[in-house]
Design a protein around this ligand. Structure first.
Ligand code: SDX
Length: 380
């Protein structure tokens, strides 16, 4: 007789894949991409180099990196018809939905990907990673009634994104901070959206569908969508003296404080430490924000109330304050997360396909059996 495995809500602690892409120690607060600590990558690497590391498994030499940068840069130029289609979307809609649409249209403008051919897969992955910043910027410009700003050759992702959004040369401190933030958001083991990507990939669907579905998962406020909610939350709190009563009220009815808690980390998320440092560097150069003082007070009160339960700041807690200083609209914070995380999704897609098996878990059925079909005339 076979026994049914116990049901674990949220599949907590259940391994869904074998992977060599990233590693987390949630007790100590360690995150590594291909074995390299993210603190080191955030300080010394670039988003392009990190994306290469995730996709190919090792750091590129100079020639490899330059070629990869060139290929990404070439993909930032969007087909005119795609830009026109983005213009037709309702400007009041959420940019994450626009991004899902944009990725799907990109797929419609693309050749069929051969899942047995590594080169065909690489081309598609580079096309998607290269296009995402342009899709977000194109929607942002379109909803403001502005023309798309074509990317310039030689600009890497962070600089190109800020340029395409505003049409102005961004400050180097802003480019460096955004570049590091993209590195920190690029990959994170079996989070909900990467798992979504793996599930869609497992049916041998195309990478555009893989990425669009993952973006849908990332949008939720329990996942990547928390970064914009953190700012809403700080705005709602308003003053430092309101923090304590606000937290007490929220915790009293088991409400969630956005930007805190994590399934894996039981200590402060290592990415939030680097983002906090980056934020401070940006505030020094571009001016501070009273919201930061409020965030520190919130962290202090949360530590006092629930720190012992391992509920600490996560990656979404400080990122919004940084993006706000870069004059990025709040509803674009999660799309920035998606621009970065797409490199992780594509790395997982490429890792999975050579040894793929379709995901097909089971369930614990709790409904009726052999029920009677009640004719309409007998129904109340
Ligand atoms: C990301 O998984 C990843 O790797 C994700 C991510 C990535 O890079 O991909 O790191 C990105 O999604 C970061 C998380 C962003 N979300 C938020 O900031 C939303 C607020 N956080 C929570 O909703 C929550 O902590 C989760 C969703 C992140 C994790 O949920 P779990 O593991 O299912 O934990 P849970 O909801 O079951 O909570 C366990 C306990 C509960 O208390 P008890 O019933 O045991 O008494 O902890 C409490 C919860 O009430 N708790 C919180 C809390 N998070 C957990 N209480 C108040 N505020 C919180 N934020």
């Amino acid at each position: 007789m076979t026994s049914t495995p116990a049901f674990v809500p949220g599949l907590a602690g259940i391994p869904a894949v074998e992977s060599s892409i990233s590693f987390i120690d949630g007790q100590v607060g360690i995150l590594e991409y291909r074995g390299i600590p993210i603190e080191v990558l955030a300080e010394h690497s670039t988003f392009e180099e990190t994306a290469y590391l995730l996709l190919y498994g090792s750091l590129p030499n100079e020639a490899e990196l330059n070629r990869f940068r060139g290929r990404l840069s070439a993909r930032r130029k969007l087909p005119d018809r795609l830009i026109e289609t983005l213009r037709l979307l309702p400007g009041a809609g959420h940019p994450m939905l626009a991004l899902q649409v944009g990725i799907s249209i990109l797929g419609m403008h693309s050749q069929r990907v051969n899942l047995k051919d590594r080169e065909s897969m690489e081309n598609a992955a580079i096309k998607i990673i290269g296009s995402l910043p342009s899709l977000v910027a194109a929607f942002e410009r379109a909803r403001k009634g502005l023309d798309f700003v074509q990317p310039k050759d030689g600009m890497d992702t962070a600089e190109a994104f800020l340029w395409m959004m505003s049409g102005e040369e961004p400050a180097s401190v802003a480019v460096r901070a955004l570049d590091a933030a993209l590195i920190l958001h690029a990959e994170h083991t079996m989070n909900a959206s990467t798992f979504t990507a793996r599930v869609v990939a497992s049916s041998e669907s195309d990478p555009y569908s893989v990425c669009a579905a993952a973006v849908g998962s990332l949008k939720g406020p329990l996942h990547g969508g928390a970064n914009e909610r953190v700012l809403d939350q700080l705005e709602a709190i308003g003053e430092a003296e309101n923090v304590r009563p606000w937290v007490e009220e929220r915790l009293s009815h088991k409400g969630k404080v956005m930007g805190f808690g994590h399934r894996v980390y039981k200590t402060k998320d290592p990415r939030s430490k680097v983002l906090q440092k980056l934020g401070n560097q940006v505030f020094e150069k571009l001016g501070g924000t009273p919201m930061y003082e409020l965030a520190l007070e919130l962290e202090k009160v949360m530590e006092e109330k629930v720190g012992a339960k391992g509920i600490c700041p996560n990656v979404d807690f400080f990122s919004g304050l940084l993006y706000q200083k870069l004059e990025i609209a709040t509803d674009l914070f999660t799309p920035i997360f998606a621009i970065a995380r797409c490199s992780g999704y594509m790395a997982h897609w490429m890792e999975q396909m050579p040894n793929n098996r379709i995901f097909r878990p089971t369930q614990v059925y709790q409904g009726a059996r052999e029920a009677r079909y009640v004719p309409m005339s007998e129904r109340k």
